[in-house]
Design a protein around this ligand. Sequence first.
Ligand SMILES: [Zn+2]
Length: 319
Amino acid sequence: MQHFLLSAKGRNLSLKKIYKMGEQAAYDLFRTIRWNETNGEAVCPQCGCTESYDITTRRKFKCKGCHHQYSVTSGTIFHSRKLDFVDLLAGICLFVTGSKGMSSVQFSRTMDVQYKTAWVWCHKMRECLADETDNETLEGEVEIDGCYVGGVVRKANFKDARKDRRKMGNRSPNRRVVIALRERGGRTLPFVRRMEKDGVELFRGIVAEGSTVVADEATHWDTLEWEYKSKRINHSEAYSFGGGAHTNWVESYFARLRKMVTGQHHWVSPKYLYQYAEHAAWLEDHRKEGLLELSQRIVRAALVAPKSRKFKGYWQRSA
Ligand SMILES: [Zn+2]
């Protein structure tokens, strides 16, 4: 069978198509996605009024009710955008093309924008794709596991200078664990913590009663067996005992995350690790969707998401 990423269905949008479509069509597309209920007709973000003066030359609107001036991106993460709509759309398409994500360096070179612009742009997109699973709960068979990322202590050259990296005190303070809960056939929810056992509380908060916990032999998961049905797998004995006793779903998510971190980003700050973890989860959950559907998800989320608080003016603040 042909791999999905190679199929025509997976290739239903491309940079070529977007640039052929042109600026006006890209702008119209943003309008129909933002103002879906009114079929693309402008709605004032301040008072909800649909009557407005069209300032066509600047692609702005002035509300007849409250005189507020706004555009299709007002109040969204692309609020202070200086790019053309066709470039915005191309950037989104490029971003979803990388099945293991994309480094800001590569993004900046392909889109021909400054590295800082690329970095903030990608993080804004990661932020809004994560909104999809806000307040999400899981049920049925839910796999849980942890994957340590970052904080690698390099081996010293001389044997005498080498430290036992298994000891707590010799570990890097940057070491974090990504704890992932994955419903079989459902969503993947990742969290960044310092200890894998913190996943127990997360599981209780997210997974519905009557569900099944599927986990490996680590003893901290034992307590969940009191509250949920369970399937456990001892990885020192086998990777699957049959009957669904395996953590392959969550492992395939970690495989994608590890490849993303090592292959694309090379190094990630513990501060932003959750963003990459969310991005990999989103890619994993929507792996059977074409580039068009994935881009639409980002545009929709970007336009409904409030202004990116964390990343708006990020570089100015840190200067
Ligand atoms: Zn208004």
